[in-house]
Design a protein around this ligand. Structure first.
Ligand SMILES: [Zn+2]
Ligand SMILES: [Zn+2]
Ligand SMILES: [Zn+2]
Length: 144
């Protein structure tokens, strides 16, 4: 594990412990693997492979936990995950910009966009159950 990853993991552990959540070894290892994919997305099996000697179910459960805690994003259109240590209020309000070349994911987290959608759907009397805003394209470095 890289020094920077270790630091991040320790900071997360402190926060989770304060919330009364357990940051088990498996959860820590999966978070570390996500962080070390260098902000690009990782598929669950990439993580299983990176960790070696781990049951896929353990990785899936840890990923569910990390997503629930707001420590990872699930990118639906890629069927993949990206780490998030930004302390966003809630990821259901986030929008993602996905680079099709390097697979880097940027998070917009614009409340204005979310509020607009809420307003417009309420006008139509529509009740939202799931909302996924994933925008594909090329990031600024991949356009060079
Ligand atoms: Zn986030
Ligand atoms: Zn927010
Ligand atoms: Zn890119």
């Amino acid at each position: 594990m890289q020094a920077k990853t270790k630091e991040t993991i320790a900071a997360i552990e402190e926060k989770l412990t304060a919330k009364g959540e357990r940051f088990t070894d498996a959860r820590q290892s999966v978070m570390a693997a996500l962080l070390e994919f260098d902000a690009t997305t990782a598929k669950a099996y990439d993580i299983v492979e990176a960790m070696g000697n781990v049951k896929p179910m353990t990785v899936y459960r840890a990923l569910d936990f990390l997503v629930a805690q707001g420590l990872a994003h699930r990118i639906e259109s890629l069927n993949a995950y990206a780490p998030c240590v930004e302390n966003h209020c809630a990821h259901k309000d986030s929008q993602y910009l996905i680079c099709d070349k390097c697979e880097k994911v940027e998070e917009l987290h614009s409340h204005a966009i979310d509020d607009f959608i809420a307003e417009q759907t309420a006008k139509d009397g529509f009740k939202i159950s799931t909302k996924v805003i994933e925008i594909h394209g090329l990031c600024s470095s991949c356009q060079l």
